[in-house]
Design a protein around this ligand. Structure first.
Ligand code: IMP
Ligand code: MG
Length: 183
């Protein structure tokens, strides 16, 4: 994680148009995979996934319902410790239903491993994971991601829902956060 949020506009890594094109591809793939299913429950992980989920769901051609979960990461200084706590659970039971977990980013994969264990224990008919971005070089957890938007380098990225200290979420593209040069 960068030591400073900085104030300069983050350098673009993935443009708005590339994101839109990839979201459309993912939606087509997911719609094909779930064709014929009565309902797909999309579970968004707050807050980072809200923009991705909003764009994805409008391109799916299968019937959907939407729910959210929120997590909090325990931090040791500025370094995430990997431990996660549930701060908001789903409002609906998922037993017997088809569930697609929608995440903004897979870094170590610990968050998704935790979520998958928790949701699997509730007996969904199926459970798959869709992540907008993934940092393959950082992955330590053993977790399968079924749909990945973009594999990205090991850098702190912001925009399109992704934040640094809860800032930059509304940037329309995905950018790399540049540490502010010392004054
Ligand atoms: P994990 O290491 O895969 O468990 O990722 C934990 C969480 O850290 C993700 O869900 C994001 O909320 C956050 N995160 C990891 N890398 C980045 C990044 O580059 N930008 C913004 N958030 C990130
Ligand atoms: Mg997240």
């Amino acid at each position: 994680m960068p030591s400073d949020g900085g104030s300069a506009a983050p350098a673009a890594l993935i443009s708005e148009s590339r994101i839109a094109a990839r979201v459309a591809e993912l939606a087509a793939q997911i719609s094909g995979d779930y064709a014929g299913v009565d309902e797909l429950v999309l579970v968004g992980v707050l807050r980072g996934a809200f923009i991705f989920l909003a764009d994805l769901v409008r391109r799916l051609t299968v019937p959907t319902s939407i729910d959210f979960m929120a997590l909090s990461h325990y931090e040791r200084g500025s370094t995430p410790s990997g431990a996660v706590r549930l701060v908001m659970d789903l409002r609906v039971p998922i037993a017997g239903r088809h569930v697609l977990l929608v995440e903004d980013i897979v870094d170590s994969g610990e968050t998704l491993a935790y979520l998958r264990r928790m949701l699997d224990a509730r007996g969904p008919a199926s459970l798959k994971i869709c992540a907008l971005t993934r940092k393959p070089d950082r992955l330590t957890a053993d977790v399968r991601v079924d749909y990945v938007g973009f594999d990205i380098p090991d850098a702190w990225v912001v925009g399109y829902g992704l934040d640094y200290n809860n800032k930059f979420r509304a940037l329309p593209y995905i950018g790399i956060l540049q540490p502010t040069p010392a004054a």
